[in-house]
Write a protein that binds this ligand. Structure first.
Ligand SMILES: Cc1ncc(COP(=O)(O)O)c(C=O)c1O
Length: 370
């Protein structure tokens, strides 16, 4: 049966058509054009940071961030095992070494203790992911990074609009890295961006995403860059989405509240917890099967799918990814949290367009899992 409650869908009810049409009518359909500038200014203003650099996607944003903070071949970069492969790929593309650390059982993110145990004399940076809308416990990580002189990249792809002690995700480290894919809090279709208060990091990022064209003489290139540019048409979409960001965040939290309340009496699954002084935007509504439930995440997802409910499994640990095996370094022998979340967890419909009735339908079926 085709899903009748989709796991995710973009909400394009604002000025998306108007601004995208304007970009098309203007003829500025590649990466020059006023919407790029406008999107960058507005995204930076929302985050209260000096620079935003718009670019092709969240995977590229990570690579650009690593380049801009000066990661070199042979450096080690600490990353969580429970996340998208983009982090490991970005590290490897620069000739650096991804060092994996398991995540916290409560907030599903890296911890300062985990990072500390993985430090070596080659550690140059850590990429902290704020997973599924839940901010990582940043202060101890930032302090550890300061003491050991390592750079901090925050991957806020999944946590646009979430806050840690009042500070927006993506504004606390040296660089914030974002994806603007269609399932993110705001979207440009495909797309991403980085945020920073550091002029030099912003300058390097701009060079890297645009073939390092020369500033004095265009075709005297200043470095080995890429074409990771965003288009003006995508940025127009992003500008319309940014106008609605507070509404999207408020809706996500409201829907999260409906799920949390309705699941309070459910004995088949636990809902992702909210831990510490955080404002959790609930990018995706994640559940984990309780131990007495015999179904696995895969069989539970199939059961929901047969009843018209879209789901998506949680990340398979990077330590188990076959193509990464020749390149990984890790101190952990077991990634028990990552493995439990992968084997027992999944996320349920999470679009901002969900109604309360949709949520109740999903919860009724979650109650049937055995
Ligand atoms: C934490 C995180 N980082 C990076 C990415 C990659 O973003 P993109 O798909 O735009 O390349 C994702 C994708 O969802 C993600 O969840």
């Amino acid at each position: 049966m085709v899903s009748s409650i989709p796991v995710s869908e973009p909400c394009l009810v604002g000025r998306e058509l108007e601004l995208v049409s304007d970009a098309v009518r203007s003829g500025w359909v590649s990466s020059a054009g006023p919407y790029i500038d406008k999107f960058e200014k507005n995204f930076a203003a929302y985050h209260g940071v000096k620079h935003c650099v718009a670019l092709a996607n969240g995977t590229a944003a990570l690579e650009v961030s690593l380049h801009a903070i000066g990661v070199k071949p042979g450096d080690e970069v600490i990353i969580p095992s429970f996340t998208i492969i983009s982090l490991a790929l970005a590290v490897l593309r620069l000739g650096a070494i991804p060092r994996l650390v398991d995540v916290d059982p409560d907030n599903w993110n890296l911890t300062a203790e985990g990072v500390q145990a993985a430090l070596s004399d080659k550690t140059r940076a850590v990429i902290v992911v704020h997973g599924f809308g839940h901010p990582a416990d940043m202060d101890p990580i930032l302090e550890l990074a300061r003491v050991h002189d390592i750079k901090v990249i925050e991957d806020a792809a999944e946590s646009i609009g979430s806050r840690y002690k009042g500070r927006l995700c993506g504004t606390m480290g040296d660089v914030g890295s974002f994806s603007l894919y269609a399932n993110k809090l705001i979207t440009t279709g495909e797309g991403g961006c980085i945020t920073t208060n550091d002029d030099e990091i912003a300058r390097k990022a701009r060079g890297y995403i645009n073939l390092y064209f020369g500033r004095e003489e265009r075709f005297s290139h200043e470095g080995l860059g890429y074409n990771f540019r965003m288009t003006n048409v995508q940025a127009a979409l992003g500008c319309a989405q940014l106008e609605q960001i507070d509404y999207f965040a408020a809706r996500k939290k409201q829907i999260g509240g409906w799920y949390r309340d309705a699941l309070a009496g459910c004995d088949t699954v636990d809902f992702q917890a909210t831990v510490g002084p955080v404002d959790h935007v609930y990018w995706m509504y994640c559940v984990v099967l309780r131990s007495h439930v015999e179904m696995t995440a895969m069989s539970a997802m199939a059961y929901l799918g047969e009843r018209g409910i879209g789901t998506r499994n949680l990340f398979k640990g990077l330590h188990t990814q076959v193509p990464l095996q020749p390149y990984l370094v890790h101190t952990d022998k077991h990634f028990s949290v990552t493995e439990r979340l992968y084997g027992r967890g999944f996320y349920v419909p999470s679009a901002v367009t969900l109604t309360k009735d949709n949520v109740m339908t999903v919860v009724d079926v979650l109650n049937e899992l055995r």
